[in-house]
Design a protein around this ligand. Structure first.
Ligand code: ARG
Length: 855
């Protein structure tokens, strides 16, 4: 992209454009003799979306070399003068020495030794005094050659327009160069000069396109002396390395240089045409610089002035081009669905990405283990596309270079025997650029991919909603791993979909791709899910990192800027987050910050007992929920009640019902206790609840209360509507607790002190849990409410052995730090405590004491 530059001090002496040169078209007497024949070429006959030029078609094209290679283009305007772009020659605000540059003329292919070609040393480089950076215009430069070029059929000057010259908007002109053929994709060998036809855009139309901020909030103020050429739909453009090269238009049998390639936003992107320096605006400056040199450049009178431009009048309201890819009549009927038929195997599903290319998993065609090399029987392969009467042939198979060892790159591109006509169907899917950020909550679908089974069940909609990056990343990622920021390629994309879609089982095949919708346009966002067993949400490998490879191979796949963005008032998230610790069974206690489904406490279960009361339960493992015994088992009752457990509910929150999960309880497990009824009970569920954003197990801590954690009683305001509320508490040290409730507490009871005004937040009959959030961010279950008390909780830590034996998969975090409370010290209770117990005054005194002990 354009280099951003500062005005070199040594050039400040050069005066700005003086008004000496009048509009010569209006004063024919000032017409100088046409001593230089310009803008003619032998009768016969990169640039993004262009093609090889014929040798000799653009005899004024110059290649400017620096450090042994092509850097910029230029145009020959007189035997000793080359016109180019200022930004090519300025580094960090300083004009590079002319001696380091050379001009190559009459070059067609830059492959092979260039010594024999028409090379000239550069004697001087001049740029306008008011040039500072490309976006501010005046991006032009004149290079004086050390010796004049010898003109011939392959080396001829172009005509320059006078200030009065008007190029009609909509005119088809040509840009030429050896620049990149796509963003970050250099022109391949043999480096043949590329040409592309570009249409001149009216100023208003171009300004309108560049005023549209787009996902990266980039707008541009076009300035006098700038000119746009290209197409609202993009795809044809100049690119890096074309700068300084000419944009020429034919008029009356001569070629006039209308523009100098200057800059653009990306290359070939939709609604981002190329910006050129309007040469006509600089007639005076050019004349001044070349004054005295014979022969100088030619500024022929415009052969015929264009009439008032009807197109320009219409251009006041501009039309933003819409994507040409990714439109589907309805979800599930995908116009890009390609079925690749290889004799002797099941069809392989892929996606049409351009008029000639299909993307599919490489594993359909290549054996991971064998090193047979690419298949040779391509002529027997066929591709079936929607609405095409006949199957397409396959001309070429290009596997991704990492396809045989890396699941994330299990991709191959198949070139069709002939390009297909794109219309409603077949129509290619849109592909994301590497910086694409699919917003959490995006509406997605799973689509068939590779050799997998069809969707389970006839009603399967395969609807999904994208989860936030933190959640997805930390569910699969490792402890302490940094979560990629929006705009950095993610490691995984996690769509949450309804449990029913899987009908209680999980798909083990990598038979799905992930399509996500933005503004009604579908992007291929991810491919084949992680081999993660039944862990959900399933994670897909993001496709966006492969965009450059796909466009490099296909030269025309529909990469599309993101169409929805919502960076919020403060712009993008810039703070890096890291993942909390995992247990040997995976992630636990992750609380989605911005859960699309509104579930804020994914381990909070509603335990409906015999249809008449609701207790709070906490998901400990995929098949187990912990409750307070007194809430589910009534004293004296000997029958085990009928119990149902619901997960994924969030009270009044607008949670779609589809994300709820319900299970029956098939057994109640109690620890062995001597003498009294154990306070904690484990409920065994009829079948597992796989981890998902609406049902994720809580963590447990081997030391009971994790050091440094902040703790909460998580309950409901009202057991009827069950809106979760959390009341902040401090957990008292065992000694203080013991002293306060002298003698009456069973071992392993925790006492809490509510933060000011939080005492009455939770309703206690449903037996709410006591939770703590560790300093690393994981949520840990610490206790369950003791019957008849607001302050007392049965400690989970005391039942570690029982829980691990019964549940198997309980998520005990690795022990961390020193224990929560200093051990040892006197066991005697301060006399004030005994007296104070129970009274609010005493409790606050206790808090003070707790703080003193902890410090
Ligand atoms: N500044 C680029 C160069 O130095 C030219 C970029 C043209 N970009 C575009 N999208 N038209 O080569």
């Amino acid at each position: 992209m354009a280099r951003h530059l500062l005005l070199p001090l040594l050039m400040l002496g050069i005066s700005p454009i003086p008004g000496t040169f009048q509009d010569s078209a209006l004063s024919p007497t000032q017409e100088e003799p046409e001593d230089l024949d310009c803008g003619r070429r032998e009768p016969s006959a990169r640039i993004v979306g262009g093609s090889d030029a014929q040798p000799g078609t653009w005899p004024w094209q110059v290649s400017l070399h620096h450090g042994g290679g092509h850097i910029c283009g230029g145009s020959l305007i007189a035997p000793s003068w080359v016109l180019s772009a200022a930004h090519c020659f300025i580094t960090n605000g300083t004009l590079e020495p002319a001696a380091e540059w050379s001009a190559l003329l009459g070059v067609h292919s830059q492959d092979g030794p260039l010594d024999g070609t028409h090379a000239r040393a550069v004697a001087a480089i001049v740029v306008p005094a008011n040039y500072s950076q490309v976006e501010l215009g005046a991006d032009l430069a004149l290079l004086r050659l050390a010796s004049p070029a010898s003109l011939g059929p392959a080396v001829r000057p172009v005509c320059l327009p006078r200030a009065s010259h008007r190029f009609a908007h909509g005119t088809a002109c040509w840009a030429t160069g050896w620049g990149d053929v796509q963003e970050a994709d250099p022109l391949p060998l043999p480096w043949v000069l590329q040409e592309v036809e570009l249409r001149l855009l009216g100023e208003a139309a171009c300004q309108c396109l560049y005023s549209w901020p787009g996902p990266f909030n980039l707008t541009l103020q076009l300035l006098p002396g700038m000119l746009c050429a290209g197409y609202p739909e993009g795809r044809r453009d100049t690119c890096q390395g074309d700068s300084g090269g000419p944009l020429v238009c034919e008029e009356g049998g001569r070629w006039f240089q209308a523009g100098i390639t200057s800059f653009g936003f990306g290359c070939g992107r939709r609604n981002r045409p190329g910006v050129f320096t309007a040469v006509a605006s600089y007639e005076a400056w050019i004349r001044e610089q070349v004054m005295g040199s014979e022969p100088g450049p030619a500024f022929p009178i415009q052969p015929q002035k264009p009439q008032s431009d009807p197109q320009e009048l219409r251009e006041g309201n501009c039309t933003i081009a819409l994507p040409e890819c990714g439109k589907a009549p309805r979800p599930g009927s995908w116009p890009w669905e390609a079925r690749v038929m290889v004799p002797g195997s099941r069809p392989c599903y892929g996606a049409l990405v351009s008029e000639s290319w299909v993307l599919a998993p490489a594993s359909c065609f290549l054996d991971r283990s064998s090193s047979d090399g690419p298949p040779r029987d391509l002529d027997t392969w066929r591709v079936l596309l929607p609405s095409r009467p006949r199957a397409e042939r396959v001309a070429r198979l290009v596997p991704h270079e990492n396809a045989t060892w890396d699941y994330a790159s299990d991709l191959a591109l198949l070139q069709l025997g002939a390009p297909v006509n794109l219309s409603v169907a077949p129509r290619p899917v849109c592909l994301p650029y590497p910086e694409h950020y699919f917003l959490p909550g995006s509406r997605c679908r799973l689509a068939r991919w590779g050799r997998g089974e069809p969707a389970p069940g006839p009603g399967a909609l395969l609807e999904a909603e994208l989860l936030g990056g933190w959640w997805c990343h930390c569910l699969y990622g490792r402890q302490g791993e940094a979560v990629p920021l929006p705009g950095d390629p993610p490691h995984a994309l996690c769509p949450a979909y309804r449990e029913e879609e899987e009908a209680g089982r999980c798909w083990n095949d990598s038979c799905w791709s992930l399509l996500c919708q933005e503004e009604g346009t579908w992007f291929l966002a991810g491919i084949r899910d992680f081999p993660s067993g039944c862990l959900r949400p399933r994670a897909f490998f993001p496709l966006q990192t492969h965009g450059p490879w796909i466009s490099h191979v296909t030269r025309g796949a529909y990469l599309e800027d993101q169409l929805t963005w919502d960076w919020g008032p403060d712009g993008e998230e810039t703070e890096t987050q890291t993942c909390p610790p995992h247990t040997e069974y995976g992630a636990c206690g992750l609380r989605p910050e911005d859960a699309p489904m509104g579930v804020l406490w994914p381990w909070l279960a509603e335990v409906h007992v015999a249809g008449d009361r609701v207790c709070t339960g906490i998901l400990l493992a995929p098949g187990w929920v912990l409750v307070a015994t007194h809430c589910v088992l009534r004293p004296g009752s000997t029958t085990v009640p009928y119990i149902e457990v619901y997960l994924g509910r969030a009270g009044d929150s607008p949670l779609p019902q589809v994300y709820q999960v319900s299970r029956l309880v098939i057994s109640i497990q109690l620890p062995r206790h001597l003498g009294f009824r154990p306070p904690l009970a484990l409920l065994e569920l009829s079948y597992r609840v796989e981890p998902s954003p609406s049902a994720l197990p809580i963590c447990l801590h081997p030391a009971g209360v994790p050091p440094g954690a902040s703790c909460w009683v998580l309950g409901w305001k009202d057991p009827r509507d069950r809106v979760p509320v959390a009341a902040a508490v401090s957990i008292l040290t065992p000694r203080i607790c013991h002293c306060l409730y002298q003698g009456i507490l069973p071992p392993g009871t925790l006492c809490v002190l509510y933060a000011e005004g939080q005492e009455d937040r939770c309703e206690m009959s449903s037996a709410p849990p006591l939770l703590c959030q560790t300093t690393e961010g994981s949520w840990v279950l610490v206790g369950m409410a003791v019957q008849g008390s607001r302050e007392l909780f049965a400690a989970i830590g005391n039942e570690k052995a029982w829980i691990s034996q019964t549940v198997g998969e309980a998520y005990f975090l690795p022990p961390s730090g020193s224990p929560h409370w200093p051990t040892g010290g006197s066991n005697l209770c301060p006399p004030e405590l005994a007296r104070a117990s129970g009274s609010p005054h005493g409790v606050h005194f206790l808090l003070l004491l707790t703080l003193l002990i902890q410090s």
